[in-house]
Design a protein around this ligand. Structure first.
Ligand code: PMV
Length: 332
């Protein structure tokens, strides 16, 4: 069967204010607003084409069962029934501290809908009834953080309306995210279970009460390009989220001894005036170092010297997903 292939590159994102805890797990309604920086070099490439029979080929465990479930959801929700041939792969290794579900579910949502509607650009998707806002809303159902990957720059997901908006465009401030991979061991507690566990933590209610102020600090620091103010806020934010994780039910301990050792080293280097980088950490042991793009080279070298066992992935502020149509292929 001759069919057009729709290719999406969707970036991952790193949350500066974390999405942690859900008000409604089935509908993926978060407990709080979150704000992330869209990345550039960490992305998922997904190709989709209408085919005679469905297939999903996921390179190095890019998506697995989450993808199957999300496709079934999209079909049921939108009423499309044409079988799709889908291939998906990540630009980054699995289990490295980059949320592959954010880029993967964003790419899958866009590519599948592009194939079903025949759209070869975001403009054509909008004409077919799929605005970026609607795509973000659908991607959210696959993985909450995926909704922020529909946009470039600094992106806020609003908990009350579920809207996703661009706080600042990527060219406002180019920051680097040096991902320091300290361990690629699988998680003992899945992030789905740990999200649910947040409500049992005595630290969760005070966290939610304080978040609007921290969000305002982060937004203000971004507007002013004030790295020290941004850094102070995102470190407290990551530490608070991990305190909630560790005191939840089930408790999730994502920090390892090497995570703690790295944070002590980083703070000492910073105090001594040797580097200007601040950390954030997602649901895993690996550290994201946020710094000015121009400092990324010398900070990476310092990390490599102090932690020769770590693997570094160097990323920066990105522009959001792309969609294009490749030449018609014979798809089975
Ligand atoms: O999208 P999920 O369900 O994998 O949750 C991701 C949560 C964090 O990555 C820890 C924070 C965030 O906002 O991305």
């Amino acid at each position: 069967m001759l069919s057009r292939v729709h290719e999406v590159l969707a970036p991952s994102n790193i949350a500066l204010i974390k999405y942690w805890g859900k008000r409604d797990a089935a509908l993926q309604i978060p407990a709080n607003d979150s704000l992330s920086m869209t990345l550039a070099t960490a992305f998922t490439c997904t190709r989709a084409a209408v085919a005679e029979s469905p297939s999903l080929t996921s390179a190095h465990g890019a998506l697995g069962s989450k993808a199957e479930r999300h496709l079934a959801f999209l079909k049921a929700e939108l009423g499309f029934d044409a079988p799709l041939a889908i291939t998906t792969k990540n630009s980054f290794p699995a289990a490295c501290g980059i949320a592959s579900s954010a880029s993967g579910l964003a790419a899958l949502t866009i590519a599948a809908i592009a194939a079903w509607t025949g759209a070869s650009s975001f403009d054509e998707l909008a004409v077919a009834g799929f605005s970026r806002a609607r795509l973000a809303n659908l991607a959210r159902r696959g993985s909450g953080s995926a909704c922020r990957s529909l946009y470039g720059g600094y992106v806020q997901w609003h908990a009350d309306t579920q809207d996703v908006s661009v706080t600042l465009p990527p060219d406002h401030w180019q920051l680097a995210d040096i991902i320091v991979v300290l361990s690629d061991a699988p998680k003992a507690v899945s992030s789905t279970d740990a999200h649910a566990g947040a409500w049992a933590s005595p630290l969760f209610a005070p966290r939610l009460a304080g978040l609007p102020e921290r969000l305002a600090q982060v937004r203000g620091a971004l507007v002013k390009r004030d790295l020290a103010a941004l850094g102070d806020a995102i470190e407290i934010e990551a530490l608070e989220m991990h305190a909630v994780m560790m005191s939840g039910q089930p408790a999730a301990n994502y920090f390892t001894a090497s995570t703690s050792r790295f944070l002590c080293w980083l703070r000492e280097e910073r105090r001594a005036g040797r580097l200007a980088a601040w950390f954030t950490i997602d649901a895993g042991p690996n550290v994201h170092l946020i710094c000015e793009a121009a400092d990324s080279e010398h900070i990476s070298k310092a990390v490599e010297l102090a932690f020769p066992e770590a693997r570094l992935i160097r990323d920066h502020t990105g522009h959001g997903p792309t969609l294009r149509t490749l030449a018609t292929e014979d798809v089975r």
